[in-house]
Ligand binder design. Structure first.
Ligand code: DC
Length: 220
């Protein structure tokens, strides 16, 4: 099967997931949420009560469990040892610990392999993450890199959380987002950065539909 891969990278809450999901639909492709892969490994590490400061022990988690990722009606269902963790991996405490997994060279290498396997299996894929255009799929057909002001990203994340019934403190959300940007940008392996040939889109003042139209327009 000929592979057709579109990559979307960018910082936390820049709109990547929503846009990747919709673009996949428009392109009749499958959506790959690579953040969910890092989250699934973090979920398993928390289950095993692994010390996040012990890199060898942490790296062993990926071989001790079975991870599965399945496309389903606009989402990517995520399983650890057959348990559906699609919703539980969004937990804020888990989110705060993903950086330990994201910093591990061993785990990044293994997860990049799984991402390539997913693309090989599904053929047409829109993938989103931090290193998709730079490391996982350097030969992707089209690469996008989304950015947005931290204050706007906090506002969007706040709206999502409020809709889910959570209490929201915007200033606090902005700080959490900025801390994740920093840890994503500064890590030695697979850092957050645009590929040289990525198309940059600032989504701060754009609606989701406008972002999609701009992407489709740039692919014509
Ligand atoms: O996109 P997200 O919020 O679900 O990602 C969760 C974390 O996973 C993010 O802070 C960094 C890490 N990540 C990564 O290092 N590389 C990727 N390709 C995707 C996510």
């Amino acid at each position: 099967m000929t592979h057709y891969v579109v990559t979307i990278d960018g910082p936390a809450a820049s709109g990547k997931s929503t846009v990747a999901r919709l673009l996949a639909e428009r392109l009749d492709a499958v959506f790959l949420d690579t953040g969910a892969m890092y989250r699934a490994v973090t979920w398993a590490a928390l289950e095993d009560a692994v010390d996040f400061d012990n890199p060898e022990r942490l790296a062993s988690v990926i071989n001790a469990h079975t991870f599965a990722f399945e496309p389903a009606a606009g989402v990517m269902k995520t399983f650890v040892d057959g348990t559906d963790v699609t919703n539980s991996i969004r937990d804020p405490e888990l989110t705060a610990n993903v950086r330990h997994v994201a910093a591990s060279e061993t785990m990044r290498a293994r997860l990049v392999e799984m991402q390539r396997e997913f693309a090989a299996q599904h053929g047409r894929v829109v993938t989103e993450g931090r290193d998709q255009g730079t490391v996982a799929f350097p030969d992707a057909a089209v690469k996008f890199y989304l950015v947005a002001d931290a204050a706007e990203r906090a506002r969007r994340r706040g709206t999502e959380l409020e809709a889910a019934g959570a209490e929201v403190e915007l200033e606090q959300l902005r700080k959490v987002i900025e801390a994740r940007d920093e840890s994503d940008e500064r890590r030695a392996v697979g850092p957050l950065k645009p590929a040289d040939d990525a198309i940059l889109i600032d989504t701060t003042r754009l609606t989701i539909d406008e972002v999609i139209e701009r992407m489709l327009g740039s692919m014509e």
